[in-house]
Design a protein around this ligand. Sequence first.
Ligand code: KG4
Ligand code: ZN
Length: 351
Amino acid sequence: MRVLGIETSCDETGLAIYDSEQGLLAHALYSQIDMHIPYGGVVPELASRDHVRKLLPLTQQVMAEANCQADDIDAICYTAGPGLIGALMVGASTAQALALAWGKPCLGVHHMEGHLLAPMLEETPPEFPFVALLVSGGHTQLIDVQGIGQYELLGESIDDAAGEAFDKAAKMMDLPYPGGPHIARAALQGTPGVYRFPRPMTNRPGLDFSFSGLKTFTLNTVAAFKEANNDTLTDQARADIALAFQDAVVDTLLIKCKRALQQTGRKKLVIAGGVSANEDLRAQLEKTLKGMGGQVYYPRNEFCTDNGAMIAYAGCQRLMAGQSNDNQIKVQPRWPLTELPSLIPVTHKTK
Ligand code: KG4
Ligand code: ZN
């Protein structure tokens, strides 16, 4: 089966063609980040309008790259949620229009299921069951995964998502949006031990997270430094604070992942979503899992953040298992992952 995947849930227009026999044939991504930078975050209306501009040219691009005509595509899949309603509507209506014109089935895909299954596109994909840490700009969740659609929520953030905390902390340090990669880069110049941030909710049982306190801690640390230094945050202080912040987030995620693996008895951990691109998080998790006799899996960098390949892959698995939708333009800005129907696993090939 050959699927065209469309991702438009936030500020990235992602297109891809995935073939169940040959793997990923083509993918293209347009990031709107430069357009949103002056506003310090994503402006939903601007995001929707830009998806309108980019969707069809990118569709043509991946079709040409994969050497495909409409007849070579078996189905179209799009992100139906969670995400920004206007942005989702653009992807959904384009997908349904193409499906109608080409006479193909069309399926709405859950964005976080896309992230969760993204490591399946790599050379050595994880086998079920495993624990997944989903860390993006909107979600921080630990999930026990027994198969596609067989998801048990083990814990989640009770306030800000980890990526959101990176973004907000970056803003306080005058670093651009999206904050994660900028904090990670600044942290490389940081001196360990200058600051120590708390590890929220790690000293009590359970697998939930809370990141909003780290935001306040960052604000106070930046303010205290500025007060003592002529209202200026030096590059070195920024680097020291970035390092302390990143250490606190990584350490907190590490402690909870370890706990989730111990609780479930699983040996495999999948990390996915934008924050899984963080090098320090990957390195720390790899070290910890090695010590536990386990293994960490994550997507290549470009598939950690939003992309069309993960949507084409997830949709393809669901369609091959017989799922179809009713050709209605239906999007769900809020949509718990645990509401998805479960599937009998199917074999796939990667490339
Ligand atoms: O998955 P994603 O592209 O979009 C959502 O579904 O939210 O994740 C975006 C988030 C942003 O908050 C961004 O700051 C964060 O991922 N991020 C990172 C890194 N790269 C992206 N956070 C920490 N370190 C990174 N290297
Ligand atoms: Zn995402």
